[in-house]
Design a protein. Structure first.
Length: 281
C-alpha cells in the first residue's frame, strides 16, 4: 500500500452511526491519523455549513469535499479550491422535468439550500426520515417558486446540486424513470442517490472521485496517496478512484464490489477498525 496522506470519508452511513453521531472511537482514530500527518477530509453531499458540528469543528479538519464533489472547500482560507457546478439553464431545464413527477426538489447554490415553500411544507410526506425532514427545515430557504427565484437572481451564479425525494408510498421505479429522462436530456449531468427514495443531480464532472483527484493534485499528491470510505452509490466514484477504497459492511452492493477492503458497519466503528487495520490509528 502506498503512503496514505489523505483519508476521504463519507458521513451518513459511514463515519456517522445510524443516529447521526460521531463516536468517540472514530474521533480518536481520526485524531491519531491526523497526528501522523494525514489529511482527514469529510466528503459529503452536504455543503460545508450543513455538516454536523461534531465533524465541521474537528480541529484537524481543514478541507472538505462537499456537494458530492461540486466543491472542495478550504476552511482556513474560506475559499473553494475546486468548483464544478450545473449551468443555470441546465438546472432550470431539469427542474421542468421534475415538475412532471410527484416529487419534491431543491437546489444548493452558493453553499445554501433553496426550495419551493409548498415543497418544504409537505416534506414529511417525502423525506425519508426525521433526519432528512430536519435538514429540509433547517437548511432550505423557502421561496414561492424556485425556478422563478433562480431566474430573478441570475447574477448569483450557477447551481451546485439538485436533490429530490419521491413520495414515501410511491413505487421506487419512478426514480429510474426520472434518471433516464434527465440523463437523456442532459448528458453532461450525473444522477446518484444517498437513500432509497432520493436522487442527487450534479454536473458529470462533480463527483467525489474527480474531486478527490483534483484535491490530491492541489497538495502535490496522487490518488495512490488516498484512502476513501463510503457506503452509498454517491461514494462509488471515490471508492474506485482512491488507491485504497474501503467499504462499510452496510454498503450497497456496488460499493462492496468495488472496494479494496470491507470494514465493519457504521454502527460498529468501522472507520476506526479499518484505520487500525492499515496502521493509521
Amino acid at each position: 500500500m502506498a503512503d496514505i496522506r489523505i483519508i476521504a470519508l463519507d458521513l451518513d452511513g459511514t463515519l456517522l452511526d445510524s443516529a447521526k453521531r460521531l463516536s468517540d472511537v472514530n474521533r480518536e482514530a481520526l485524531a491519531a491519523a491526523a497526528a501522523k500527518g494525514v489529511w482527514v477530509v469529510p466528503t459529503t453531499g452536504r455543503f460545508f455549513g450543513m455538516m454536523p458540528p461534531a465533524i465541521r469543528d474537528l480541529p484537524f479538519v481543514r478541507y472538505a469535499i462537499t456537494v458530492n464533489g461540486a466543491q472542495v472547500y478550504d476552511r482556513e482560507a474560506d475559499a473553494a479550491l475546486v468548483r464544478e457546478e450545473l449551468p443555470l439553464e441546465t438546472a432550470l431545464g431539469i427542474m421542468r422535468i421534475l415538475d412532471g413527477h410527484d416529487v419534491i426538489y431543491d437546489c444548493y447554490r452558493n453553499n445554501w439550500g433553496w426550495m419551493n415553500e409548498a415543497f418544504k411544507d409537505k416534506r414529511a410526506e417525502y423525506a425519508t426520515n426525521e433526519h432528512y425532514c430536519k435538514m429540509i427545515q433547517d437548511f432550505r430557504n423557502g421561496v414561492p417558486e424556485l425556478k422563478a427565484h433562480l431566474e430573478a437572481t441570475r447574477l448569483d451564479g450557477d447551481v451546485q446540486k439538485i436533490m429530490l425525494f419521491s413520495r414515501l408510498d410511491a413505487d421506487v421505479a419512478v426514480l429510474k424513470t426520472i434518471t433516464d429522462e434527465v440523463e437523456a436530456a442532459y448528458p453532461d449531468v450525473k444522477v446518484t442517490s444517498s437513500t432509497w427514495n432520493n436522487l442527487e443531480i450534479n454536473a458529470k464532472t462533480a463527483h467525489k472521485g474527480v474531486a478527490l483527484r483534483r484535491f490530491a493534485e492541489v497538495l502535490g499528491l496522487t490518488l495512490d496517496n488516498c484512502m476513501s470510505f463510503g457506503d452509498g452509490a454517491n461514494d462509488l466514484t471515490m471508492i474506485e478512484a482512491a488507491g485504497t477504497g474501503v467499504a462499510m459492511s452496510n454498503a450497497c452492493p456496488e460499493v462492496l464490489a468495488a472496494a479494496d477492503y470491507v470494514t465493519t458497519s457504521n454502527d460498529e466503528d468501522g472507520v476506526a477498525a479499518a484505520l487500525r487495520h492499515f496502521g493509521l490509528a
